[in-house]
Design a protein around this ligand. Sequence first.
Ligand SMILES: [Zn+2]
Length: 230
Amino acid sequence: MTSHIFRRQNPVRILNSYTAFWIYPQPGNQFILPCGIPYMDSKRRCGWGFENGDELYIRYHDAEWGVPVHDDKKLFEVLVLQSTQAGLSWYIVLHKRDSYRNAFDGFSPKKVARYDARKVGALLENRGIIRNRLKIEAAVNNAKHFLEVQKEFGSFDSYIWRFVPNGRPIRNRWTTVRQAPARTRESDAMSADLKRRGFKFVGATICYAYMQATGMVNDHITSCFRYREV
Ligand SMILES: [Zn+2]
């Protein structure tokens, strides 16, 4: 190691410059640049999976994860991506998000609900997305039920937020990422209701990940700079 330690007020610029080469030996605050120089990020983050210093992943954590979502299109996007994630890492799915956006008509539930067997066949040929027939068919199936829920409740937003008390985010107080559960009473109830309505790939752990991603729960650890911001 070397004695050159940089402190910057705006780590985003650094993230843009050195992305592909970073490692993240101490979750939340220290990077080693490719030349071997440590760089201290002034911000503490949840210690999940930043070891490869992936810019997209860090940005997702810093800007999206845990932020309450009330926009139906975004809620559908997260539903498609979380149900696709089953058995895979979020990292893999996140890196395919742009391809998914292109392949699935900008995550329009109306358009996806109309996909026929030929369109599903074409999606199975698309190397930009996870080419799993069950998951692709689940996305189409879920789009149909998504529209039904919108019709019944006025919006998917007003339906899905019923699964947290008073429709408000649940604010947890974890000090390490390992303390966050894989499922809760609320995610079990959400999963059961979605299944009853015909949704697929909506098990309790997928539902809990959905709640975390859409800010229905705040699972940033208390020392993470996003804990108080979301
Ligand atoms: Zn965090």
